[in-house]
Design a protein around this ligand. Structure first.
Ligand code: ASP
Length: 440
């Protein structure tokens, strides 16, 4: 049994958090590969070390002294080391980074030092071996990860060892450091889990799993116990934020379960994400066929109506080609007999709307073109929505009671979701109505 664990910034924020991490790792002998983020915020108005590192780089670039910002970073790590009574020679590490900065260290190399220092300290504290990410995580020049090269390299290094790896970065073929986009330690963890064919990838953060709805909209939403990769993609696409969006590919590909856990509440089982669940793993209590509720604002709908449109061969292709030529992704396409609607990003449409409308006019000669702005999409995502004839009725009546007007409705062919379009002003209310009618 092998478990790969990733601890996020809040789990690495101070000595007290390090102690929780140690207790978690030591509670299970199979927890042998640990990936860490840079020190995150200790309180609401604190700073993330990674932000401070980017700030240092900006100071250097414009010739402003970064001594005080670098001092804050050094202080964070020295405090942790001293509070834990560790022996890591941080002074030498910090002096080396400072010298590299004077010699024109790249932004990525500097930004990566938060994870690097976290991993040095955590390795010392756990008594694990420190394995630099540059020893195995290889990027191609185009920024993608070269798994064929990275996976075997990690397998060789990690065999039979207990190790700590800094997240967020790796090396390019020329040896230079490259980082993922922000929040990328999640991806490092997923890649390590995939490389080592781990039994589980535990992603430790500061919430007890993925919540069923946005906590800024719904009070105390419940965590989701089990979610499939497909559902998670639906939820994240629609704005639910838990993991870096590229996290799931490496583990999903190898069917490795991903478990989101809370460092501050380690007894909570969190959320398990898998390719699929057997029926006995997710008992249907008649209520929980909804996995989560998510949504996004800022959509526009372009609707074309023309008598005979549905029987005009090639008309829809021409329509789609116009959007394609303008680089505009069409997200949903609800339609009627002789009307066709395309739901697109509102801000992106804004820039090309006149040109699109002109071309639609010219190439399709429709009876009418309508652009509806400020639409929000709200979706209920769930596995077992098929054979649930009561769902649409329930949704319509709950929204109707609240006076929310439904502008479009679409149910995914795999019945993974029900998508509703409402006016932007009704967004939060619609999320709450769906949550209250399906979860409470
Ligand atoms: N420290 C990096 C960031 O703040 C990466 C991470 O924490 O995942 O984005």
């Amino acid at each position: 049994m092998l478990k790969v664990l990733k601890f996020g910034g809040s789990s690495m924020a101070n000595a007290a958090q390090y102690a929780k991490v140690k207790a978690i790792v030591e509670a299970d002998a199979s927890r042998s590969v640990v990936i860490v983020s840079a020190a995150g915020k200790r309180s609401r108005d604190d700073h993330k070390v990674t932000d401070l590192l980017y700030l240092c780089h900006a100071h250097m670039k414009y010739g402003v002294s970064c001594d005080s910002v670098f001092g804050m970073i050094s202080q964070r790590y020295l405090e942790i080391r001293d509070a834990l009574g560790l022996k890591t020679d941080l002074e030498a590490e910090l002096a080396r980074i400072r010298a590299d900065m004077e010699n024109g260290m790249t932004e990525a190399a500097l930004a990566s030092r938060g994870e690097y220092l976290s991993a040095l300290l955590m390795a010392d504290y756990l008594g694990f071996e420190f394995v630099d990410a540059t020893r195995w995580l290889r990027f191609r020049m185009d920024g993608s990860v070269d798994c064929d090269c990275s996976y075997p390299a990690l397998r060789e290094i990690a065999a039979g060892r207990k190790i700590v790896i800094p997240g967020f970065y790796g090396a390019m073929a020329d040896g230079g450091i490259r980082t993922f986009s922000r929040g990328g330690s999640d991806i490092t963890g997923a890649l390590a889990a995939a490389a080592l064919d781990a039994d589980v990838y535990e992603n430790w953060t500061d919430v007890s799993g993925i919540l069923m709805a946005d906590p800024r909209i719904v009070d105390n939403p419940e965590p989701i116990p089990r979610v499939t990769y497909t559902e998670l993609r639906e939820l994240s696409y629609l704005g639910a934020q838990v993991l870096h969006e590229d996290t799931i590919f490496p583990v999903a590909e190898k069917n490795i379960p991903l478990n989101i856990r809370n460092t501050n509440d380690p007894a909570h089982p969190g959320t398990i994400i898998k390719e699929r669940f057997d029926e006995d793993e997710s008992p249907d209590d008649g209520r929980r066929f909804i996995t989560g509720i998510a949504g996004k604002k800022d959509y526009s709908v372009v609707s074309i109506s023309k008598r005979g449109l549905s029987s005009e061969i090639g008309a829809i292709r021409k329509l789609l080609e116009i959007f394609e030529a303008h680089g505009l992704a069409v997200e949903y396409t609800p339609n009627g007999i002789d009307t066709f609607s395309l739901v697109v990003s509102g801000s992106k449409l804004e820039k090309v709307q006149h040109s699109i409308v002109a071309q639609l006019q010219e190439k399709l000669n429709p009876d009418e073109i309508q652009v509806t702005k400020d639409l929000a999409i709200v979706a209920a995502v769930g596995r077992r929505m098929a054979n649930r004839p009561e769902i649409p009725g329930k949704i319509f009546s709950a929204l109707g009671r609240e006076g929310i007007n439904i502008r479009l409705i679409s149910q995914g062919p795999w019945e993974v979701n029900v998508i509703l379009g409402v006016e932007g002003k009704d967004f939060a209310a619609a999320v709450r109505v769906l949550y209250d009618s399906f979860v409470k």
